[in-house]
Design a protein around this ligand. Structure first.
Ligand SMILES: NC(=O)c1ccc[n+]([C@@H]2O[C@H](COP(=O)([O-])OP(=O)(O)OC[C@H]3O[C@@H](n4cnc5c(N)ncnc54)[C@H](O)[C@@H]3O)[C@@H](O)[C@H]2O)c1
Length: 267
């Protein structure tokens, strides 16, 4: 029986017993990824700087919560070591934690620039570098780096953020090529959501457009009317990339924006 046949006939979860680390799991997309992977049988280690909300998500999906600032290099060694000590393997890493300060090139201070680079670029580098030996020891794994459409096109109010997301896109491809050459069984892909309904986007709508999504009589109807995606749209992609269904997908950039970045017609 081929691997594909086994996948079709398996009644187990799509990521049954796989050990997954998800960063920034206390809110928004990370939370949705945790719940979705949990539903499909993953053993979850969730991290965030927001310990209260992170612990709640961990409780909801039967995972464990670890307080972590992803920009702290030492935290990665500790996290991977403790994961290997408790679970003996690491199959999935979702580098998801992020911040999105609103500032164009002229308004971006050096402090904001460094902060954004630390939380997005340093963390993705530290996380991938720390995870690779652990995944290699287990025969392979899947690294999923959360980029954005901001890493593909020009979004002026998000200067530092766009630069960081572009770096994540390029890092992902370099890592994918390295893993292919090493034949270590690790795949590395980037995910590029457009606007998805999370606190990060609600904050942007309020700051840039004076529109408070959560104050609307029917936030779900407003989301659909504005063409904004829901966290599950991203979580389903993360699940696919985490599972063996994507075993031939490496170095890809998966865009989740309902065609927003390819549509040249002004609407
Ligand atoms: N929501 C969108 O439309 C959208 C689109 C494209 C990309 N993204 C990316 O998806 C990821 C998740 O965004 P979201 O929309 O869920 O935002 P969110 O603000 O709802 O969640 C971000 C989480 O990251 C955590 N975090 C922030 N700094 C951290 C740090 N230093 N260490 C650990 N955790 C930290 C926060 O506490 C929070 O729980 C981000 O990387 C974001 O850039 C989001």
């Amino acid at each position: 029986m081929t691997t594909s046949d086994q996948l079709r006939t398996s009644r187990k979860g799509r990521v049954e017993d796989k050990v997954a680390i998800i960063t920034g799991a206390a809110s928004g997309l990370g939370r949705a990824d945790a719940l979705r992977l949990g539903e499909e049988g993953a053993r979850l280690i969730l991290t965030d700087i927001d310990s209260d909300a992170g612990a709640e998500v961990a409780k909801a999906c039967g995972g464990e919560f670890v307080a972590q600032d992803v920009g702290d290099e030492a935290s990665w060694t500790q996290l991977i070591d403790s994961t290997m000590a408790s679970h003996g393997r690491l199959d999935i890493l979702v580098n998801n934690a992020g911040i999105a300060p609103i500032a164009n090139i002229e308004a971006t201070t050096t402090d904001v620039w460094r902060d954004v680079m630390r939380v997005h670029v340093d963390s993705t580098f530290f996380g991938c570098r720390a995870a690779l030996p652990a995944m290699t020891r287990g025969g392979g794994g899947s690294i999923i780096n959360m980029s954005s459409v901001a890493g593909l096109v020009g979004i002026s109010p998000y200067f530092a953020y766009s630069a960081a997301k572009g770096a994540i896109r390029a890092m992902t491809k370099s890592i994918a090529a390295h893993c292919r050459a090493e034949k270590n069984g690790v795949r590395c892909n980037s995910v590029h959501p457009g606007s998805i309904s999370t606190p990060m986007v609600h904050n942007a709508l309020k700051t840039l457009g004076g529109f408070d999504m959560m104050d609307q009589p029917d936030p779900e109807a407003s989301r659909i009317a504005l063409g904004i995606g829901e966290p599950l749209d991203v979580a389903n992609m993360v699940l696919f990339l985490s599972s063996a269904e994507s075993k031939h997908v490496n170095g890809a950039e998966l865009v989740i924006d309902n065609g927003d970045t390819v549509d040249q017609v002004k609407r």
